[in-house]
Each structure stands twice: as C-alpha cells, then as structure tokens.
Design a protein around this ligand. Structure first.
Ligand code: FMN
Length: 189
C-alpha cells in the first residue's frame, strides 16, 4: 500500500488540547501508512472578505498545505454542540477566494474527543455536512471518543487496548480509502 501525506487539523487552539493529543496519537498509530503534518489553524485571522484582495501569509500557507495533502484528518472538540469557531474559520478560509476552494476533491476522516458521553458526535456531524458542501469525500463510519485523562499517555500512545484497536481500524479504513482513490489504483482499474 502507498504512503500518504496527511494534513492533521485539530479543532482546538488550547495549549493542552486533548484533541491535539488524540490527533498526534493517531499519527503514531498510522506511522507505517502516513506522513502526518500538524497543520496550524490558530494563526489564521478571523475570516474577512476584505482580506481576500491580498491573502494573509498564514492563509496562503494553510491553503498550500491542504493542496499538498493526499488526505485530511480532522480531530475536533465540540463547542456548544457544534464546530469550534477556530475550525470553522479555517474551513471558511480554505474555501476562499471564490474559485480557489482548496477543499474540493480532497478525502477526509473526522474524529474527536470530549469528556461528554457523546464524544463530539454533534460537532463531527456539522463538520461532515460543511465539508460535503465543499466537495470533500468524508470517510463513512463513526469515531466518537469519550475523553478520559488516561486516554493518551505521556509518550503519546493510546493506553486502552480496545480503544487503540478501534482507532487503528479507523486509520486502516482511511488508508484503504486513500489507496482506492490514488491515481496508481485508478490507472490499474
Ligand atoms: C466554549 C466551550 C463549549 C463547549 N461545549 C461542549 C459541547 O457542546 N460538548 C462537549 O462534549 N463538550 C463541550 N465543551 C467541553 C470540551 O469538550 C472540553 O473543553 C475539551 O477539553 C475541549 O477539547 P480540547 O481540550 O481539545 O480543546 C465545551 C468547552 C468550551 C470551552
């Protein structure tokens, strides 16, 4: 199976973000299949159409990172039963200016963690809906992870065996999807 370049986007700008920990743990779990780059979104300015005349450097960088990625892995918290503002802001910048939608044609997988019982399910559904509108193929299935302090250890590993197995199958599913979409596979079909 090919190796894929993955842009990891974490929907939290919090220093001690549990979603960043989960995202980096997923990167470790997928190390044999993926080259993962943590794609910053906390330096993007608040979206403003006036800024489109001369795109800020951080936006240019962000859109280039999306363009270079074979797949996008979004790991997000849920804020007030929806998408955190920092992530929605990044999604909006990626879609602009008109005609330069950096999301179109990309494949994405979405997961996230929160201490709540439904583990970011609503936020993930909202992200899925918005990315669908922007032409992203979002991997099917569900991965709503209830956060426990011991979920990821100091070394960045998922401690619970069954959660680790579940997350590995999530990674394997994403890898298989990207493989099916890869030009080499399509040429062979
Ligand atoms: C503004 C705000 C709104 C929140 N709303 C929700 C929510 O709707 N559902 C939920 O499960 N947790 C909610 N939380 C709690 C987050 O799940 C918790 O802060 C978590 O640590 C955020 O992830 P992070 O550490 O990656 O930033 C909210 C937290 C904040 C700060």
């Amino acid at each position: 199976m090919a190796r894929f370049k993955i842009a990891l986007i974490v929907g939290s700008n919090r220093r001690e973000s549990v979603n960043r920990k989960l995202g980096l743990a997923l990167a470790r779990l997928g190390a044999s299949q993926f080259d993962v780059t943590l794609t910053r979104i906390d330096d993007l300015p608040m979206y403003n159409q006036d800024l489109e005349a001369e795109l800020p450097d951080s936006v240019v960088r962000f859109k280039a990172e999306l363009a270079a990625a074979d797949g996008i892995l979004i790991v997000t918290p849920e804020h007030n039963r929806s998408v955190p503002a920092v992530l929605k802001n990044a999604i909006d910048w990626g879609a602009r200016p008109w005609g330069k939608n950096s999301w179109a044609g990309k494949a994405a997988a979405i997961t996230g963690t929160s201490p709540g019982a439904i583990g970011t399910a609503v936020a993930q559904q909202h992200v899925r809906q918005v990315l669908g509108v922007l032409g992203v193929l979002v991997m099917g299935g569900e991965a709503y992870i209830t956060f426990k302090p011991e979920l990821v250890d100091e070394a960045g590993n998922v401690t619970d065996e069954s959660t680790r197995a579940f997350l590995r199958s999530f990674i394997d599913q994403f890898s298989a999807l990207l493989d099916r979409l890869s030009p080499a596979q399509q040429a062979a079909a």
